[in-house]
Design a protein. Structure first.
Ligand code: ADP
Ligand code: MG
Length: 271
């Protein structure tokens, strides 16, 4: 490279830095030699570079959204065993992964016993929403109620409510594990009614509807909460036994099955 070329390159990198185009800066020389070898024209070269910058930007902002959502663990649909949970409609879940329910401000309610994959599905759906550009926050319901109670009377209460209002999707995991106090139940109702027709909710619960009064304390509040939550809502039931139990049983069964290199015992009939 002659001194003029070196100078241009230094200047180019400087401009790209000022313009905040780090991927173009990192890739421009490599793509330039490839473009020269392929006889690609200038516009094709520019198109390739801008595409790379855009892809990298989208990837980084999706990562930021996943971080901001604060998932306790990352779960994907690829690791969800639909055969083990026949009550969950695979086609419906695939449709929900397209996130149309968020645009329509609809809710998803996952109901079932502990260990039946409710949080797994909620996380997979919410992580997809992050990837598709939606603002998401995952809360254990008690964690959110506690945060609201502790922030009451303070400016931080309004800040927290403001942050919730900015979301496209709010996940309330494990609603009903601990009975809420009267104040807690009212705050939870306030979150659900504020979200109504504005922010989609994914709620997971082990409570059948008839037991919600025990948690929310009053018939009136339960009725009003369920009314808002279930209006325009997909209800997914994860029926059956805990997956951990199912998994443990399957492992035990596998370890008792004979390995192929062991002599085959055809049973008494072949003797
Ligand atoms: P819940 O929220 O209903 O109590 P989780 O979603 O936390 O249950 O599931 C418990 C554990 O079992 C998690 O590690 C989860 O990934 C796993 N799990 C549950 N159901 C399935 C499934 N159908 N396929 C694969 N893993 C599952
Ligand atoms: Mg759970």
């Amino acid at each position: 490279m002659n001194p003029t070329e070196t100078k241009s390159l230094v200047l180019l990198h400087h401009h790209l830095k000022t313009l905040r185009l780090p991927t173009i800066a990192a890739e421009c020389e490599k793509v330039a030699s490839r473009a020269a070898a392929d006889n690609a024209d200038h516009l094709a070269y520019l198109l390739q570079l801008t595409e790379l910058e855009l892809l990298e930007r989208e990837k980084r902002s999706a990562e930021r959204r996943v971080k901001a959502a604060r998932f306790p663990t990352i779960k994907t649909l690829e690791t969800f065993d639909f055969a083990a949970r026949p009550s969950v409609n695979k086609v419906l879940i695939a449709e929900l992964m397209r996130c149309d329910y968020i645009d329509k401000k609809e809710n998803i309610l996952l109901v079932g016993n502990p260990g039946t994959g409710k949080s797994h599905l909620a996380t997979a759906l919410a992580a997809q929403a992050c990837a598709s550009g939606y603002r998401v926050r995952f809360y254990r319901t008690t964690e959110l109620v506690t945060a609201l109670i502790e922030a009451r009377d303070e400016r931080s209460f309004l800040r927290l409510k403001g942050n919730l209002a900015k979301l496209d999707l709010l996940v309330l995991d494990e609603l009903g594990y601990v009975p809420a106090s009267k104040v807690g139940a009212e705050l939870l109702f306030d979150v659900i009614s504020t979200a109504y027709e504005r922010t989609s909710l994914i709620v997971t619960t082990n409570l059948p509807f008839e037991s919600w009064t025990e948690v929310l304390g009053s018939e009136r509040l339960t009725g009003a909460t369920l009314d808002r939550l279930t209006h325009r809502c997909q209800i997914i039931e994860t029926k059956g036994e805990s997956y951990r139990l199912h998994d443990a049983k399957a492992r035990t069964r596998r370890s008792t099955v004979k390995r192929p290199d062991q002599p085959v015992d055809d049973g008494p009939a072949s003797r």
